[in-house]
Design a protein around this ligand. Structure first.
Ligand SMILES: [Zn+2]
Length: 303
């Protein structure tokens, strides 16, 4: 969709949402004139045409649905609200559905949030590291997490502003208080790397998988809980159990869960220092080490 058509739709929709019908042809003609003939900036043109229509229809500004308010990421706490936000694209993920044009994380100095650009929205593509004004996006909640959806009524405008992000590198010192069931020797889908359950990928169904070793756990530093992900290297460093050893253990005991039991026995309740990158939900651990003031060692010394 070209710019004029997009702005036209935005104006027509705003009036329609307020209970007034305006002629898209008229709107489009005026926008075209202002933007292309008189070189008026787009936002100014939209304002001018909106004011003209309000005059024609003899309606006041109060009768028009407000433009969605400019908010910060941390303000987004409930679904179903129309908002605008200035944010930087932190990370693009692989879109796994043809309905999704782009998906990933955006953020400002107050936080990071998932975004989805629907294919039907027909919006231009955003790039990692660039900042944009996301205008008229809808807040949504999915699996307990907030996100913003960019649809046909939304606008994405690149801005010449370097939006700051919250610090992402984090060091946590605390006790590993939980290891989730889907840890240990796991299977991942060869196509998308997602964790499989009984050789079934949540996206690709029954397909080929490969073994991996990971721990999804919770570290308690006395103030907060951090959901952490340890990879094979982290686990091998701590326990001496790598993928090879884990496979052998599973084969010998004829039970893949034996690995998880073993990891729980040697790691649960112990104290660690971890350094990693904070994602939307998990702290992706890069470095991990046992702490000297480990409770078991202290107990051992006391005995
Ligand atoms: Zn898959």
């Amino acid at each position: 969709m070209d710019k004029i058509a997009e702005l036209t739709e935005q104006i027509v929709k705003r009036f329609k949402d307020s209970g007034f019908d305006v002629d898209p042809k008229e709107v489009s003609k005026r926008l075209n004139l202002l933007i292309h003939e008189f070189k008026v900036p787009e936002s100014e043109a939209v304002r001018t045409v909106t004011n003209y229509l309000m005059k024609e229809l003899e309606i006041s500004r109060e009768q028009l649905v407000a433009e969605s308010p400019l908010v910060k990421v941390s303000d987004i706490t409930s679904p179903g609200r129309w908002v605008s936000l200035k944010a930087k694209v932190v990370q693009l993920w692989d879109a796994t559905s043809p309905n999704v044009s782009q998906v990933g994380l955006i953020g400002d100095e107050t936080g990071i949030i998932k975004f989805v650009i629907w294919t039907k929205a027909g919006k231009g593509e955003v790039e990692e590291g660039k900042s944009y004004l996301f205008r008229n996006v809808v807040t949504d909640s999915f699996a307990g997490r907030m996100q913003v959806n960019i649809n046909r009524s939304s606008q994405i405008v690149e801005i010449d502003e370097d939006i700051q992000l919250p610090p992402r590198e984090l060091e946590v010192v605390g006790a590993l208080v939980a290891i989730q069931q889907n840890s240990g020797l796991i299977r991942r889908c060869k196509l998308c790397n997602r964790t499989m359950t009984k050789e079934v990928c949540p996206v690709h169904g029954k397909t080929e998988g490969y073994d991996d070793l990971r721990i999804k756990g919770v570290i308690d530093d006395g103030e907060n809980f951090y959901e952490v992900i340890l990879n094979e290297d982290n686990i091998r460093e701590l326990t001496g159990i790598g993928l090879k050893e884990a496979r052998k253990m599973a084969e010998e005991r004829l039970d893949r869960n034996a690995v998880l039991t073993e990891l729980k026995n040697s790691l649960l309740g112990r104290y660690f220092r971890v350094v990693g990158t904070r994602g939307e939900r998990y702290l992706i651990v890069r470095e991990v080490e046992f702490l000297k003031q480990d409770i078991r060692e202290l107990a051992g010394e006391l005995l």
